[in-house]
Structures are given as C-alpha cells and as structure tokens.
Design a protein around this ligand. Structure first.
Ligand code: GLY
Length: 371
C-alpha cells in the first residue's frame, strides 16, 4: 500500500520545514521527505537577514521580495518561539558595511548610492564612528555605512525549532530522497511510492535532479568558519560586519552566545562539500584584517554547504507545469531570510489563494518561457 498525504514535501531544510509547519497548522496532512537530518544548506548558513547590505546592482525585484521577507520574519520567529518555547537568536542591530582601503571605500560608496536609490536607508560613518560602534575594528578600516534594517538569526536554533514545531503540528517525516515524480506520485530513491494531492519541491540544489521535472538549480558552494571566544560567552561584535577587503567580500555574524560566523566563499564546483585549506586561510586572513582580535578566537568549526543557485539568482516559487507540483526552491543566498514568506506563498497556493505580489517575478514560468 503506498503512503498517502494531502501534501508531500521533498526536502527538510529550512524552506521545506517552514512550509510543512505552516501547512500542517492549516489542517493539511503533510509528509516531509528528507534524506538525512542535518545535511541541509540552511544548517551551514550564517543566518543573515540582510536584504539591504546584500543587495546588488540590477536585483531590484529580488530586493523588493527580500524586504517583504525581513518585515515578515520577526512575527514568524515569535510564533515559532511561542509554540516551541525555544529561542531563535533573532538580532536586529543591523549590518555595519565597512571598507578596508580607499578603492574598497569607493566601491562600497557606489553600491550604497544604488541601494539608496532603491529606497534603502544607510547612515554614512567615518572610521572613528565605525570604531565607536564596534571598538574591535582595525584602525585601518576607512569607514562604512550602517544598514539599520538588517538583522540575523541563529539558523541552527531556528531550523531545530521549525522541525520541532512541524512535528508537534502532526507532520510525518520519511527518511529518503524523492527520485521521480509522475501523476501525483513520488518514488523515493529506495523505490518506496508516496502519493499526495500536491507535491512541493523544496530540495534546494538537489531539486534539479528529480526525474519528471525541469528545475534550473545548481549547487553554489559556500565555505564558512565558526569561531568562539576561548572563555565562553563574550561576543566581540554587536553588529553583523560586512567588509570589503582589497576587493573581496567577507562577513562576520555575531551570536549572543559568543559564536562568530565568518563567511563565505562562492564556488562553482558542483556538489563538492569539502573544506579547503585555501578557503579557511582566505576567510581568516580577511577577517583578521578588519577585526584583528579574530586571531585570539578558537576555530571551532569549518563547514561547506551548497546554495541552490538559479540562472537569475532569484528563487523559483509557484506551480510547476507538472500537474499538482509546486516548486519552492532556488533561494540561493537568502534561504533563511525567505523561509517565512516562502511558507506563506506556498500555503497560499495550497489553499487556493494568490501569493503576495512581490512573488510575481519569481514563478517557474519565467524559465519555461526561455528557449
Ligand atoms: N547570504 C550569505 C551567503 O550566501 O553567503
């Protein structure tokens, strides 16, 4: 007898689990299929909620969606904390974007001009003002801009709380990977059949490998470091720092418990998740340039994850051209940030309502239209 449900969700990372929780709260019977607990890109991530300081030239539609996401996130996290009794480590201090040398400053100023033209607020700070906010910054730092609307969350605590909330709401989890979809039936990699009225594909960079679907996602490797104070709880930063150091971008994300996440590389290497000496060296080198005290911290963890990249860097959320299938993938660098609004959008689709208008440019159709 095949297992059946109202909704089958392929992928138990932050996106799949957020959708599962919200769909189950609406009374839908949900099965979540995931190969292995703790394998998702969302557990490697830094947890930045940074639409302003991560926005890039030419990505205005993505910025509008990310701004919707950052407004929605605190209420979603508060509901999750209420339901589970677990904190998510949400911080709303903002991002301090800094530049290391005069060329970096010129590049950061140009990018900030673009961000301001898109309506974002950024306070310009000279070197002294930057160090007043963050006293451990290197004296060489030229100055920067404070993006007060950005924040961060402890992604591991957040994903763990989502899993607990989904389970408490009645979501059933099956270990495995969805290998094929045909006529509202999924076949898992061990041959198990699962049938569901609706199938949601939230398998990150693996979404492209499911037989019976065309999903243009690819893995984009990111290596990160987790540092800790040697004597426990003593954060060396109060804001997320995003630094441009001799043309290279590095970010440092503090947690209240003293952890400091340093990231990240962006590498087109297929599904390779090895940690390389060169990446660790480069991340530490740039982190120490802007925050010399980094050298005193303990290197607690090195890790590599696979972001689901798409041809235009935007997510893919909406009905697929295969009957009964909804795509919720391709969140690339913004999976944690977009988790709440993606859950809202997919639950809207599952219950016959339109998603928020900010999603219009990100439907699967835009790729179907291309040759
Ligand atoms: N959003 C940060 C990253 O993808 O590295």
């Amino acid at each position: 007898m095949p297992t059946t449900a109202d909704v089958l969700i392929a992928g138990g990372g932050v996106i799949g689990t957020a959708i599962a929780w919200q769909a189950a709260r609406k009374g839908l019977d949900v099965i979540l299929v995931d190969p292995k607990a703790g394998d998702a890109a969302s557990l490697v991530a830094a947890g930045m909620l940074a639409p302003a300081s991560e926005s890039l030239f030419g990505e205005q539609e993505l910025l509008r969606l990310n701004l919707l996401a950052v407004r929605r996130f605190p209420r979603f996290a508060a509901e999750l904390e209420d339901e589970t009794g677990h904190g998510t480590g949400l911080r709303r201090e903002g991002t301090l974007a800094v530049a290391y040398d005069p060329d970096d400053y010129a590049a950061l100023a140009r990018l900030t001009e673009f961000r301001r033209s898109a309506g974002l607020l950024a306070d310009e700070l000279d070197a002294r003002a930057c160090r007043t906010l963050e006293p451990f910054l290197a004296p060489d730092v030229r100055g920067g801009f404070l993006f007060a609307g950005d924040g961060s969350v402890d992604n591991r605590r957040y994903v763990a709380a989502l899993g607990e909330a989904a389970h408490a709401a009645g979501v059933r989890t099956i270990r495995g990977r969805v290998a094929e979809i045909r006529d509202r039936h999924a076949r898992l990699d061990d041959g198990t059949p699962v049938s569901a009225e609706r199938i949601v594909i939230a398998a990150g960079c693996w979404s492209g490998g499911i037989k019976g679907l065309q999903v243009p996602v690819r893995p984009v490797k990111g290596q990160l470091l987790r540092l800790r104070h040697p004597h426990g709880v003593a954060p060396v930063l109060s804001h997320t720092i995003r630094a441009l150091v001799r043309g290279t971008d590095v970010y440092l994300v503090p947690r209240a418990d003293g952890e400091l996440v340093v990231g990240a590389t962006q590498e087109e290497r297929g599904p390779d998740q090895t940690v390389t000496a060169g990446a660790v060296h480069e991340l530490l080198h740039h982190a120490m340039d802007v925050l010399p005290v980094t050298s005193e911290l303990v290197l607690a963890e090195t890790c590599a994850g696979l972001r689901p990249g798409t041809p235009d860097n935007g997510p893919i959320v909406g009905h697929a051209d295969t009957e009964g299938v909804i795509l919720a993938t391709g969140h690339y660098r913004n999976g944690i940030l977009m988790s709440a609004v993606t859950a809202d959008a997919v639950v809207a689709l599952l219950t016959g309502r339109p998603p928020a208008p900010e999603w219009a440019p990100f439907s699967p159709e835009r790729f179907a239209r291309q040759p």
